[in-house]
Design a protein around this ligand. Structure first.
Ligand code: ADP
Ligand code: MG
Length: 139
């Protein structure tokens, strides 16, 4: 993957397809760190990732009060959403290394992680209407 890679999408389906393509190239143990405002399309991207890893994308939802969800695929997908986390709260107890053993871990609101984590960073900017600019870089 060239880094950074900047892709424009114009629909939820296109963002899904990008997530699918990116995930298919990932090794187990990789973190995908998602950034972007509410409604940017982070969960849409993660749904695509599920498809790319051989899991059922329809199972992926925006977690309400569930912080971490696990999906079975060729490579398992762990979906973490830190939107509701209070700074300094339970984040320390997530057990990040453990989550990543044998799985790809997608983290929404990754800037709320307690410490920097290496991985693939995906930043989604809402350009209005259905246009999104998605910047993917390996850090
Ligand atoms: P987030 O998880 O970042 O809060 P979601 O993926 O839950 O965002 O929601 C994104 C919303 O934006 C959906 O309602 C989706 O239909 C809409 N949308 C419109 N255009 C796009 C696009 N290009 N990519 C992703 N989502 C889009
Ligand atoms: Mg979301």
């Amino acid at each position: 993957m060239a880094s950074p890679e900047i892709v424009s999408t114009n629909s939820e389906d296109e963002t899904f397809a990008l997530g699918e393509r990116v995930a298919a190239a990932l090794e187990p143990g990789t973190f995908v760190l998602l950034h972007g405002d509410l409604g940017a399309g982070k969960t849409a991207f993660v749904r695509g990732m599920a498809a790319g890893l051989g899991a059922n994308p329809d199972d992926v939802s925006s977690p309400t009060f569930v912080l971490i969800q696990h999906y079975k695929g060729r490579t398992p997908l762990v979906h973490v959403d830190l939107y509701r986390i209070e700074s300094g709260a339970a984040v320390d107890d997530l057990g990040l290394e453990e989550l990543a053993s044998g799985a790809v871990v997608a983290v929404e609101w990754a800037e709320r992680l307690p410490r920097p984590v290496d991985g693939v960073s995906v930043t989604i900017d809402d350009l209005g209407n259905d246009a999104r600019r998605i910047t993917i870089s390996v850090k």
